[in-house]
Design a protein around this ligand. Structure first.
Ligand code: SAM
Length: 376
């Protein structure tokens, strides 16, 4: 299929998925559905006492210390990093000595995700990733490299590979990479990779330190992962993505949960969109394991400033004002209003972006020697 035809077909699919999602989200919850979510929460978290606990003293100290080290807005943090990369790096190290970061291992083993994979909102993410790929796929069949950041078990990396495979019609002009901080998730990704015959390179790394040369990738995808990054480290993540992308490269970033949706509301949404899968008791228990992790993240993001979520508006302001990047699309899904479950944006770096991060790029390349980088 030609690129233009394939893109047209994808746009049609996006519209259909958005319609389905919109319809489902507007269905009232039945008594049973609501009781299931409420009952499960009460039973698991209150009766069984499985609610994860926050260290209140550490949270208080983080609140007091954070404001001594960092400005309030991510855009100001990024401006500081670009102006004086070494100074900003030192500040992060000093802050984290006083307030050690809390890591939450987020399990994305396929067996958990199979519970939610038929959810139309997840399918919509996949279509949007394909669309982002189409929007910056070069018309000449040059070499194309794509990276999925916070890949989990490689769900979106596999979508990217599948799309490139059809665009290159069997040729080998592309490479796909997936990175994640969790060794367990990367092991699951590698296993699935072997089983399904895909050829993605998966590796373990923090999203704030991308081991690729500058100007080497065409696409960075990052779905449902950036909200797990620490607020004060986020400038590294943004600058790293801008550094590794080619001057005409693009980004698809989908965040979750939507900044304005509480976890319980989100679970009501899941119950609406995918309740038949949820009604299976085994699946309910699997989802609860993920829920425990999400509840903890929810509470942490309210208690600790280094965990505070960054909104999509913050991100896009930062990208345009500080990085001079071109925003392609900002959206909340479903677009027609009502409860929103995903928020995301696509953007492209350009020559001005590259000029803005010049000092940062030099700082990062000096550190290259200490790290293994992918040969591109
Ligand atoms: C909710 S999962 C999403 C996985 C995948 N993108 C998807 O949509 O199927 C979030 C992923 O982000 C990863 N993650 C969290 N913090 C990270 C970090 N600092 N660097 C890289 N990955 C990270 C987690 O390990 C987890 O696999």
């Amino acid at each position: 299929m030609k690129k233009e035809e394939a893109a047209k077909e994808l746009l049609k699919q996006t519209k259909e998925k958005e319609e389905t999602l919109h319809e489902m989200l507007n269905q009232p919850l039945s008594f049973i559905q609501k009781a299931l979510v409420d009952g499960l929460y009460t039973f698991y978290f209150d009766v069984l006492g499985k609610k994860p606990k926050i260290d209140e003293d550490a949270a208080r100290q983080a609140r007091e210390t954070f404001k001594n080290y960092f400005p309030e807005k991510v855009e100001e943090m990024l401006a500081q990093l670009l102006d004086d990369p070494e100074g900003y790096h030192q500040k992060v190290v000093a802050f984290e000595k006083i307030c050690p970061p809390v890591f939450v291992d987020f399990p994305t083993d396929p067996s958990y995700y199979r519970v939610i994979i038929s959810d139309p909102s997840r399918q919509l993410q996949e279509v949007l990733t394909r669309l982002a790929l189409f929007s910056n796929f070069p018309s000449s069949n040059g070499k194309y490299s794509a990276l999925d950041v916070g890949t989990g078990y490689g769900r979106l990396a596999m979508v990217i590979e599948d799309t490139l495979r059809s665009l290159y019609a069997g040729g080998k002009g592309y490479r796909v990479f997936g990175m994640d901080i969790s060794e367990g998730n990367i092991e699951a990704a590698k296993k699935l990779n072997r089983e399904t015959g895909s050829e993605i390179t998966f590796f373990t790394r923090d999203m704030n330190q991308i081991p690729f040369p500058s100007d080497s990738l065409n696409l960075v995808n990052t779905t449902d992962a950036s909200y797990l990054n620490f607020r004060h480290r986020r400038p590294f993540y943004i600058a790293e993505i801008a550094r590794v992308l080619r001057p005409d490269g693009g980004v698809c970033c989908i965040t979750n949960p939507n900044e304005l949706t509480t976890l319980k509301e989100y679970n009501y949404v899941m119950m609406r969109t995918n309740y038949r899968t949820y009604l299976n008791p085994v699946n309910i228990m699997k989802a609860t394991v993920l829920g425990k992790c999400s509840i903890y993240i929810d509470a942490l993001s309210k208690a600790r400033p280094d965990w505070a979520l960054t909104t999509t508006a913050d991100m896009t302001d930062t990208l345009t004002r500080v990085l001079k990047a071109d925003i392609i699309d900002i959206t909340n899904w479903p677009k027609k209003g009502g409860p929103s479950i995903y928020s995301g944006f696509t953007f492209a770096v350009n020559d001005s972006t590259k000029r803005q991060i010049d000092r940062y790029t030099k700082f990062r390349e000096r550190r290259k020697a200490a790290e293994q980088w992918f040969d591109m």
